[in-house]
Design a protein around this ligand. Structure first.
Ligand code: PLP
Length: 655
């Protein structure tokens, strides 16, 4: 638990059970839990291959309920005379089943949607119930966007058109006059409060969106001149996603509250204050203002918003607004877990080296002697000696004084020294600076069946941290340290930063892969031994044995429900993963939806290849090869079969 800090980031949904598996409690402390490892095995039994994205519908529901409960509690605590009516920003995860579920669960709270683009507006208009839930219309808008939003009022929707660019004011005035529909208008302010963290530039004078104060005043005048000042009812701001420090949120609310009361004083019919997104997630469980964490909880967030706004309105004796938040990350992150398997590992060559003979090259004898003399007292010195001898061996080889075999021997002795030193380092409380990197240098590469670009783009694009851990074998000490390398042939396709307390560590604690038990008289079978046939056992290539003989080793990437899916890309043509929606049932669980991942045919069609044309092209080539006698008939049929089968298969590797 401590190693992976699951208690910190996982509560109340993820924990470890007595058999060492990750447990999911989708309703938090309200009962019902699932063994994640068993769930994955059961889903694999239904032919759902890994990588597999599991969405827990009850977690989504719980997040909505929690957010509303926190605001209800804050409103009661501060005697706030207004109410809270949140919206979900569709941009965060637009997948249909998720948005539909969210609207369903949000219905009792009149929970609405926020659209940041015309396509998202299409989703919101068709999905939102006409129950008074708000439809916040953000983003760049053209005539069609505004007209469609306004006309939806005739269907009973409640769109609020938020002005993000000054030009939009005139468009709204013209279109509402033409349609004879009085709009509800909002204005997005560029606050001067500085954001923080990776997305902190969403605010400030040079922010991409929103109006400066002079622009807001100009918009107010335009609306007044058009007789539409009454339509201006909402003030919106967004300080950037994943705001780790509560002080930043407080400052922003304070500034926004003042703008709000001033707008009211100017004659606008202010009724809503929309605080945007920014409610952060504790990815590393440290509860600090580190960028992967946050130094407040959802209740603190709601309290501060309610208290600040109340104070500002009371001071000016104006009615308290309906409070809106556009929390995306805080609603959608927890419900998705990506499960993927390890295909094989590559370990640094080590193991017990053979003793050096008297007639071996001096450099080899030096390395052997260094290796033999490593102790707790001299391990730091020995490390520098080993590095120096290894460098000398490389130079000697480059100058032609060492053979390839001798160079390989020197290298093996060097790694053996490092391994022995690392074993000592791990027992020490204090690690000297020059040895801090030794874990990283000695880390194994765990080749994993996933694409970082498709499934965790923020890890690749901005080094965002996500909790990653094995979902089983957690009663066993993870004796290996590794980094994860994905399936793409891109050296950026790796994860080598992992959560640590307020920090980042460069290796993840992992278990050695185990060989599957060979069933008696039957070749390989389903039962596994407990015996540790470690993947670190040396083979000449330094890479472990054939994957088919291996017991599966599953890792989970947690808190990936926000932004990752939609921003993932098709690098190397690895497509969408299989996805299931799981809901707790009175006995066990129910698979609510199953969305098959892309097949190769599908991803090829995104780049304009037609599967039938491709097959036809290969068929013609095999016919030509047959005529040239360069392929047998059986081979040609096998090739065609494989080709066709691949086209209809998953883009990831099958285990
Ligand atoms: N509202 C707006 C205008 C946004 O741009 C965003 C995303 O950055 C959000 C809401 C959602 O933010 P978060 O996911 O931090 O809640």
């Amino acid at each position: 638990e401590k190693l992976y800090r699951i208690q910190g980031w996982g509560e109340p949904y993820f924990s470890i059970n007595a058999v060492g598996h990750v447990t999911v409690s989708p309703k938090g402390d309200r009962g019902g839990s699932l063994d994640l490892f068993e769930l994955v095995e059961a889903l694999k039994g239904r032919n759902l291959e890994l990588p597999l994205l599991i969405r827990f519908s009850d977690i989504l529901a719980d997040r909505i309920e929690r957010l509303n409960a926190c605001f209800a509690k804050a409103i009661a605590r501060y005697n706030y005379p207004g109410r809270y009516q949140g919206v979900y920003p569709v941009k965060c995860n637009q997948h249909r089943h998720l948005v539909e579920e969210l609207v369903q669960v949000g219905h009792p709270y009149q929970f609405g949607l926020e659209a940041g683009s015309k396509p998202e507006l299409m989703i919101a208009l068709a999905t939102l119930k006409t129950d008074g839930a708000l439809l916040i219309c953000n983003g760049h808008k053209d005539r069609e966007y505004i007209e469609t939003a306004l006309l939806s009022m005739r269907l009973g929707q409640k769109p609020i058109i938020v002005i993000e660019q000054l030009e939009e004011v005139q468009l709204v005035i013209d279109i509402s006059a033409k349609l004879g529909i009085e709009p509800i208008v909002g204005v997005r302010a560029k606050l001067s409060t500085k954001g923080s963290g990776r997305w902190g530039e969403s605010t400030g004078d040079r922010a991409k969106f929103g109006l400066t104060l002079p622009e807001i005043l100009s918009g107010v005048n335009q609306l007044r001149d058009a007789g539409l000042l009454n339509a201006l009812q909402l003030l919106h701001f967004h300080i950037g996603s994943q705001t780790s420090a509560i002080s930043v949120i407080k400052d922003a609310i304070r500034e926004a509250s003042q703008i709000y009361v001033e707008l009211r004083a100017l004659g606008a019919n202010m009724n809503y204050l929309d605080v945007g997104g920014g409610l952060a997630i504790d990815y590393d469980g440290s509860k600090t203002n580190f960028h992967a964490s946050k130094n407040y909880n959802m209740q603190n967030y709601a309290n501060d918003i309610v208290a600040e706004v109340k104070e500002a309105c009371e001071a000016r004796q104006i009615p308290a607004p309906v409070l809106i938040s556009e929390s995306g990350r805080a609603i959608a992150s927890h419900q998705s877990v990506l499960i993927f398997d390890v295909l094989n590992t590559s370990d640094v060559l080590s193991g017990e080296p053979a003793p050096a003979h008297q007639n071996e090259h001096l450099i080899i004898r030096n390395l052997w002697e260094t290796y033999g003399n490593i102790t707790v007292e001299n391990y730091q010195e020995a490390y520098h000696d080993a590095i120096q001898f290894n460098e000398e061996a490389k130079s000697l080889f480059n100058l032609g004084y060492l053979s390839l075999t001798q160079r390989a021997r020197a290298e093996q002795l060097y790694w053996a020294c490092c391994e022995k030193i690392l074993n000592i380092v791990r027992t020490q409380d204090y690690v000297p600076d020059d040895l801090e990197d030794i874990e990283k240098i000695m880390a194994s590469i765990y080749y994993v069946n996933l694409s970082v670009f498709q499934s965790v783009p923020d890890s690749w694009a901005m080094n965002q941290l996500f909790p990653i851990m094995p979902i089983h074998r957690l009663n066993e000490e993870p004796t290996c340290r590794g980094i994860l390398a994905d399936l793409t042939c891109d050296s950026d396709g790796k994860i080598n930063q992992f959560i640590d307390l307020r920090d980042v560590k460069s290796v993840l604690e992992l278990h050695p892969l185990r060989k599957a038990k060979v069933q008696e008289n039957q070749g390989s079978g389903g039962e596994f031994t407990d015996k540790d046939t470690q993947s670190t056992v040396l083979e000449e290539s330094g890479t472990t044995s054939h994957p088919q003989t291996r017991e599966p080793y599953y890792l989970g990437l947690f808190l990936v429900g926000a932004y990752q899916e939609i921003m993932g890309n098709l690098h190397n043509l690895f497509g969408n993963t299989n996805t299931v929606h799981i809901r707790l049932a009175p006995r066990g669980y129910e698979i609510e939806h199953l969305v098959k991942g892309d097949t190769i045919t599908e991803v090829l069609s995104y780049v304009q290849y037609d599967a039938e044309d491709l097959v036809e092209s290969i068929r013609r080539r095999t016919e030509q090869a047959l005529r040239d006698n360069s392929i047998t008939l059986a081979e040609s049929q096998r090739l065609l079969q494989n080709y066709q089968k691949s086209l209809s298969s998953y883009t990831y590797l099958s285990s």
